[in-house]
Design a protein around this ligand. Structure first.
Ligand SMILES: N[C@@H](CCC(=O)N[C@@H](CS)C(=O)NCC(=O)O)C(=O)O
Length: 222
């Protein structure tokens, strides 16, 4: 199998953590996609993922799977022993629900803020100097607020549960962790009063799959 990704970026980091959790690192070949050179917007890459984003998983039979949740579900179920996406109908449903909240309130929100209200990936890739820039910035700023509200929501969840979807670590934890990583790279810190979220983040940082992740910190153009 191959993973097309960009080390250090938040969604690729989700899959690198999944691979480490599942002990699959040695079965994967990584293919680096140069986001700053807009490689993901060229026809060769769009042919494997029309949305022009990383990560993408390529199976040995030539099937391409994009979307971090879909890739996670595939990898988690490969050995018939899912540990990240739930085993029982109830576990699956609760993890799915919390995953969806983490996507909507955190990782998508911070992505919109990053691309629309900050220089994002740089002038070459972001049309942030276009005439509608003022509106885009306002829209992006609203997602900054949404992200902060999301952090407060998950802080509340983590006050009463050890993990995002309850008693066990799941893909929802990985998504929240990656979103906080993106927030930090975009200059948004965890609010001071979110002590449960901060403590959970410290616990996640110590988890071997997160600690040994082969991606580095997101590097943005100066
Ligand atoms: N919904 C996708 C989001 C993927 C995504 O936005 N990836 C970012 C990197 S973290 C990307 O490729 N950004 C490039 C761009 O937006 O131009 C997923 O879950 O994998």
């Amino acid at each position: 199998m191959k993973i097309y990704d960009t080390p250090g970026f938040p969604n690729p980091a989700r899959i690198r953590v999944v691979l480490a959790e599942k002990g699959l690192d040695s079965q994967i070949e990584f293919v680096k996609v140069d986001l700053f050179a807009a490689e993901h917007k060229q026809s060769a890459f769009l042919a494997i993922n029309p949305t022009g984003t990383v990560p993408v998983l390529e199976l040995d039979d030539g099937t391409f799977i994009s979307e971090s949740v879909a890739i996670t579900e595939y990898l988690d179920n490969l050995d018939g022993n899912p540990t990240l996406t739930g085993k029982t109908p109830k576990e699956k449903a609760v993890i799915h629900m919390m995953q969806k909240r983490a996507d909507d309130q955190l990782i998508d929100a911070v992505g919109i803020y990053f691309h629309h209200a900050t220089p994002g990936l740089g002038a070459r890739l972001e049309a942030y100097k276009s005439p509608e820039w003022a509106h885009r910035k306002e829209w992006g700023d609203r997602h900054h607020e949404k992200f902060v509200r999301g952090m407060k929501y998950f802080d509340g969840v983590l006050k009463t549960h050890p993990y995002v979807a309850g008693d066990d670590f799941s893909m929802a934890d990985i998504t929240v962790y990656a979103a906080l990583m993106h927030g930090s790279a975009a200059g948004i810190a965890i609010p001071d009063d979110c002590s449960a979220l901060s403590a959970w983040q410290a616990k996640m940082s110590d988890r071997p799959s997160v600690k040994n992740r082969s991606g580095q910190v997101m590097e943005l153009p100066a």
